[in-house]
Design a protein around this ligand. Structure first.
Ligand code: AMP
Length: 162
């Protein structure tokens, strides 16, 4: 269990820990794979969330999965990209988190994932929590915890010597 004092400090970073949906590059599952490949390379990310037309999260699409699909016996074959959609290639069995998830669970999941899609109770995509943002919060917490500890000791010392 994470100590409540540490959790409280981490929560001070809550506003920046999640990248909101409107700032996250995504693809719609019905989109042609060719379009998704262009979007992925333009966005500069290797993996992005896949949504349905009602903004529900349905999976993740990675550059790696597209390239694997293009690899034929004679090397790379881009012709089948026109017939395939994002839904044919995306991964659906991926870890996700709820808006009210326990910090401890989030930290465990981020050991193996670079980011977690954040969903509301109806499965609507609300944003992502990245390992990078969590690490920033952890860094802040470590430094602030020590400082606050020192301040508490000083106040205690001053009060007890009066
Ligand atoms: P970072 O921690 O910033 O390196 O991001 C880790 C991963 O999260 C990236 O490789 C992307 O797969 C995903 N990601 C981060 N920011 C965005 C974004 N704005 N839009 C889409 N995916 C993102």
């Amino acid at each position: 269990m994470i100590s409540p004092a540490i959790e409280q400090l981490m929560r001070e970073h809550e506003d920046t820990m999640m990248i909101p949906a409107e700032n996250v590059a995504n693809v719609i599952k019905e989109h042609p794979l060719e379009h998704a490949l262009l979007l992925l390379s333009q966005a500069g990310y290797s993996t992005i969330p896949v949504l349905d037309r009602e903004d529900h999260f349905v999976g993740l699409l990675s550059l790696n999965d597209i390239v694997k699909r293009m690899l034929g016996i004679n090397g790379i074959d881009t012709s089948n990209l026109e017939e395939l959609t994002v839904a044919d290639v995306m991964k659906t069995d991926v870890p996700v988190m709820r808006l009210d998830a326990e910090l401890e669970d989030v930290l465990h999941l981020l050991v193996d994932a670079a980011f977690l899609p954040v969903l509301d109770k109806d499965g609507v995509f609300r944003g992502i929590m990245t390992r990078r943002e969590i690490l920033k919060a952890v860094n802040y917490t470590f430094h602030t915890f020590e400082r606050k500890n020192q301040e508490t000791k000083l106040i205690f010392h001053a009060n007890s010597s009066r």
